[in-house]
Ligand binder design. Structure first.
Ligand code: FO1
Length: 316
């Protein structure tokens, strides 16, 4: 069954890793958020694409959830001594990816081609597609009074997501075009999963690309959401802050309503056993609910969540 997963970084990569063990990886395509991309030290960095690729290659640092396992940060140390900012830590091995990407883009390759070259070099059989080849930047408005606008990575990493979210902008998304690869993958998909990533900051930029939303609207493939909220809390990062800003209840029901307001094809949602009491309310929206343990702390848990999602797919 040809399957597409809309994914952000860490949550998306765990779900994809599990799916890649439970189905034929060649039938799986990840459409990955690029709103978190940034340029630092003259290098083009695409964190979510890299996290997904390194995870699928079994090369990601399991504790951090980003970068290569066993990486060192010698280059950062020296850059720091030159007075360069070091809040966004690029490992020595990771830098090779950014150098390769930056050089290839300068030579005229598309981000999609670069991502494909990296995943092939790392032996990844799942197709990893940036959501667009056009520039999109997620910005977060923070502060009382006159709000300040921070790039998503400044908000998340430099300021450790301490600020309340006052607004979110997906700059460039209105002009961004989906790539032919993304359009074909969506058109051919028999199942579309939305990974347990931040619905506003990670999946939001993907859905903000008009051509992607249009193609999702045309698709007859069921859309199945893996819930990023368990027991009223985010599985990872500041998802709750983003949901509150969007006036979305921090619960599976809130997430179900949020996606249903944007997408017509939401047919299933996988929620945690802890939230089982919300099943009837979500099913009243016309969304079939699957219940299980969805926190993905180890390899077996990732595989279990993938199996639960695939089983739910059979019932919608
Ligand atoms: N996250 C951090 O919390 N601190 C970092 O210094 C950091 C560096 C980094 C470098 C490359 C990369 O691919 C990801 C990196 N991340 C870092 C993760 C990243 O900020 C986020 O987890 C994602 O963008 C959100 O999905």
């Amino acid at each position: 069954m040809r399957t597409v997963v809309l994914a952000g970084g860490v949550g998306g990569s765990k779900f994809l890793w599990g799916l890649a063990q439970e189905m034929e990886p060649e039938r799986l395509t990840a459409v990955v958020n690029t709103g978190d991309d940034l340029e630092l030290h003259g290098l083009r960095i695409s964190p979510d694409v890299d996290i997904v690729t390194y995870s699928l290659a079994d090369r990601v640092d399991g504790d951090r959830g980003w970068g290569f396992a066993g990486d060192t940060f010698s280059c950062m140390e020296v850059l720091g001594s030159y007075g360069r900012p070091t809040w966004f830590r690029l490992g020595d091995r990771d830098l090779a990816t950014h150098i390769f990407r930056t050089d290839a883009l300068r030579q005229g390759q598309r981000p999609t081609q670069v991502a494909d070259a990296v995943r092939h070099a790392l032996g990844v059989r799942v197709r990893v597609l940036p959501m667009t080849d056009d520039p999109v930047g997620t910005y977060v408005l923070v502060g009382d009074g006159v709000p300040r606008s921070l790039h998503f990575q400044e908000y998340l990493v430099e300021r450790a997501a301490v600020d309340e979210v006052r607004g979110v902008e997906y700059r460039g998304s209105g002009r961004a075009r989906p790539t032919p690869e993304v359009l074909t993958a969506l058109a051919e998909a028999e199942t579309i999963f939305i990974a347990p990533s931040n619905p506003v900051a990670s999946i939001g930029p993907i859905l903000a690309v008009p051509g992607i939303l249009r193609q999702l609207g045309k698709s007859s493939a069921p859309i199945i959401v893996v819930c990023p909220i368990v027991g009223g809390r985010s599985l990872k990062g500041p998802t709750d802050k983003f949901l509150r800003w969007a006036n979305v209840e921090v619960s599976p029901l809130g997430v179900a309503r949020y996606y249903q307001a944007i997408l017509s094809g939401v047919r299933g949602m996988l929620i945690d056993r802890m939230d089982e009491a919300q099943t009837a309310a979500i099913e009243a929206l016309g969304i079939r609910v699957g219940v299980g343990e969805i926190v993905m702390q180890d390899a077996e848990a990732k595989r279990r969540v993938a199996r639960l999602a695939l089983t739910l797919r059979e019932t919608v």
